[in-house]
Design a protein around this ligand. Structure first.
Ligand code: 2NE
Length: 270
C-alpha cells in the first residue's frame, strides 16, 4: 500500500491509499490521549472522507504499537471540559462520535495496545474493530472523575450486554483482547505483527460490496439505537435515493415548468 498524506495536521495523520482513508491519532507520548485540537482535526478529516466520493472506507487507529487511544488528555481537562488554545472547555469528542455514526461509509478501528476511556468509546462507535493481541480495553471514568453516559454506556450495553457494561464501568478493570472478543466488543483478534495486514484484508473485502447497501445497513442498525436522530439519517438516505429517480425528478420539473405533476407512469412495487 502506498499511503499519501491527504492533509497535514498537528495531532493526527491523515493518509489515503486508493479508496481507503486512514486517520491516525499521533500523540504516542501520552498513549494517543486526545485534546480538543486532536478531536477538531479528526472531525475535519472525517468530514473530508464524507465528501470525497473516491473514499469508500475509513480506518481509525493510533500511532505506535502501545496505544490506540487513552481518552481525553487529563493535562488539559479543565472546568467543564477539555480546554484548547481558545480557552473554551469542550467535550467535542461527543461530536466526533456522532460524525462516525452518521458517516455513510464503514469505519474500521485498528486497535493496538491501550484502548481506554474516551478512546475506547471511539473504537466502540466504529463499525468494525480489529484488535491486535496486545490490545487492552477499559473505562476509567468513575476512577478519574468522568463518565460517558451516552454511547459509552447505552450503546456499550447493547454491544456487550447490560451486566457486562455495568461491570466495565463499575469496576474500571482492563480487559485483554481475547476477553473483549468473548464479549463481542471486537470483531477479531490477531497477532500484533499482522494487525495492519488483516485490517487491510477486511477493508478490501468490505470494499467489494455495494456501497449503497452498506450505507443503508449501517443507517438501519444505527436507527435502532439512535431513535429519531437515527431515523432522520435513514430517512435522509431514502430521500437521497428518491432524488435520483424519475418520479422524484418529475415533481421538481413540474414545479419549475409551472404545471401539475404527472406521477401516473411510475411503478408501484408491491
Ligand atoms: C492507559 C494507561 C492504563 C497506560 O498505563 P501505562 O502504565 O502503560 O502508561 P503511563 O505511564 O500511565 O502513560 C504514559 C504517559 O502517557 C500519559 C501518562 O501520564 C504518561 O506520561 P508521563 O507521566 O510519562 O509524562 N498519559 C496516558 N494517558 C493519558 C491521558 N488520558 N491524559 C494525559 N496523559 C496521559 C494509563 O496511562 C491510564 O490509565 N491513562 C489514563 C486513562 C484515562 O483515565 N483517560 C481519561 C478517561 S475520561 C475520558 O476519556 C472522557 C470521558 O470519560 C468523557 C468524555 C470525554 C473523555
Amino acid at each position: 500500500y502506498q499511503w499519501e498524506t491527504v492533509k497535514l495536521y498537528e495531532e493526527i495523520i491523515f493518509e489515503r491509499s486508493g479508496k481507503i482513508a486512514k486517520i491516525t491519532i499521533n500523540r504516542p507520548e501520552v498513549h494517543n490521549a486526545f485534546t480538543p485540537l486532536t478531536v477538531q482535526e479528526m472531525i475535519d478529516a472525517v468530514t473530508i472522507c464524507r465528501d470525497d466520493a473516491g473514499i469508500g472506507l475509513v480506518i481509525l487507529t493510533g500511532a505506535g504499537d502501545k496505544a490506540f487511544c487513552s481518552g481525553g488528555d487529563q493535562k488539559v481537562r479543565g472546568h467543564g471540559g477539555y480546554v484548547g488554545r481558545d480557552g473554551i472547555a469542550r467535550l467535542n469528542v461527543l461530536d466526533l462520535q456522532r460524525l462516525i455514526r452518521i458517516l455513510p461509509k464503514p469505519v474500521v478501528a485498528m486497535v493496538k495496545g491501550w484502548s481506554i476511556g474516551g478512546g475506547n468509546i471511539l473504537q466502540l462507535v466504529c463499525d468494525i474493530t480489529i484488535a491486535a493481541d496486545n490490545a487492552r480495553f477499559g473505562q476509567t471514568g468513575p476512577k478519574v472523575g468522568s463518565f460517558d453516559a451516552g454511547y459509552g454506556s447505552g450503546y456499550l450495553a447493547r454491544v456487550i450486554g447490560h451486566k457486562r457494561a455495568k461491570e466495565v464501568w463499575f469496576m474500571c478493570r482492563q480487559y485483554t483482547a481475547e476477553e473483549a472478543y468473548a464479549m463481542g466488543w471486537v470483531n477479531t483478534v490477531v497477532p500484533l505483527a499482522e494487525v495492519e495486514e488483516v485490517t487491510l484484508a477486511w477493508c478490501e473485502r468490505i470494499l467489494m460490496m455495494s456501497p449503497t447497501a452498506l450505507r443503508f445497513i449501517k443507517a438501519s442498525m444505527n436507527a435502532d439505537t439512535d431513535g429519531l436522530a437515527g431515523l432522520q439519517q435513514l430517512g435522509g438516505d431514502c430521500t437521497m435515493l428518491y432524488y435520483t429517480t424519475d418520479e422524484g425528478k418529475e415533481g421538481k420539473n413540474a414545479f419549475l415548468e409551472k404545471r401539475d405533476p404527472n406521477f401516473d407512469d411510475f411503478p408501484k412495487f408491491p
